[in-house]
Design a protein around this ligand. Structure first.
Ligand SMILES: Nc1ncnc2c1ncn2[C@@H]1O[C@H](COP(=O)(O)OP(=O)(O)OP(=O)(O)O)[C@@H](O)[C@H]1O
Length: 276
């Protein structure tokens, strides 16, 4: 993602203290039990989590611990079995209907028969925006992820990293205050992933949207996050929340600093504790 400055977007630092109702996300004693033919699967157990506006939160934990489930619960893609979830002070459904968030899936999930531009336009058109307006917004979003030159291409003509940037542009089309990302760079090679991490970090720094990001990578979590939420193996519980001590503006070289390594060590220890 080449970062293009956008003067129309106000640079909003998160307020020091946000009233409870203005929290981006509030999760209270949330449990999710999936029905299954043999024994029900308890995916989340009594999870409590508050996310303030403008935070970058990573959810990290072993495979199957419920990271995706927690993200889906916040996004109204999965019902909770018990507990309560609020997004921007309203129910997840109301937040979804108000287009409060954009969602980026593990795989880009683009329509192969639509051009890049038409893929980004689609949710806007479904919402009823007229073609010219949808096209203008889609073009702007593509420019922000550095893909202005590729709007006429089809997804299969792009690399995996470029396809994921199209997905990010599509998720941003409604200018959501919250961006939810489910391991968006997990399938990419390390160099591409580093580049996208750096650009996502810059995007967050510039626009201060709230981001909830699922990852398996300790280094990715530490590099990107303002807080790292470490989860235990199933049933998913929160083992520890680690607040970053790194500056908001980060470059990849930070990963070689003692401060970064110390944070990575804390995350690794918390993951290990979760197994006990
Ligand atoms: N629809 C479903 N029905 C039954 N079980 C499910 C369903 N979706 C998820 N699960 C189970 O719930 C648990 C949590 O799954 P989830 O996908 O949230 O974990 P995760 O931490 O995101 O895993 P990964 O890191 O491998 O993507 C897993 O054991 C999974 O098999």
């Amino acid at each position: 993602m080449q970062i293009v400055s956008n003067t129309e977007l106000p640079f909003e630092a998160p307020p020091a203290r946000v009233p409870a109702s203005r929290r981006a996300v509030e999760v209270r004693a949330a449990s999710v039990i999936y029905p299954a033919a043999d024994a029900p699967v308890r995916a989340l157990q009594a999870v409590d989590l508050d996310i303030e506006q403008g935070e970058f939160i990573s959810l990290i934990g072993p495979s199957g611990c419920g990271k995706t489930t927690l993200l889906r619960v916040i996004a109204d893609l999965e019902p909770i079995s018990s507990g309560e979830v609020r997004v921007n002070g309203v129910s997840p459904r109301e937040a979804r209907e108000a287009r409060a968030y954009g969602y980026v899936f593990q795989a880009p999930a683009l329509f192969p028969w639509r051009t890049v531009l038409a893929n980004v336009m689609l949710p806007l058109q479904i919402q009823g925006q007229d073609r010219a307006r949808a096209q203008a917004v889609a073009r702007e979003q593509l420019a922000r992820v550095g893909l202005a030159q590729f709007e006429g291409k089809y997804p299969w003509q792009l690399s995996g990293g470029m396809q994921q940037r199209v997905s990010i542009a599509r998720a941003m089309a409604f200018e959501p205050r919250i961006l939810m990302m489910d391991e968006p760079f997990g399938a990419l090679d390390e160099i591409t992933r580093d580049g996208l991490n750096e650009q996502l970090q810059q995007l967050w720094c510039r626009e201060r949207r709230t981001v909830v990001f699922v990852t398996h990578s300790i280094s990715e979590a530490v590099y990107l996050s303002s807080r790292i939420v470490v989860m235990s193996p199933r049933p998913g519980r929160i083992v520890k929340v680690i607040r970053s001590t790194l500056p908001d503006e980060r470059h990849l070289g930070l990963r070689d600093t003692p401060e970064f390594m110390q944070l990575a060590h804390q995350v690794r220890e918390a993951l290990a504790d979760g197994h006990h």
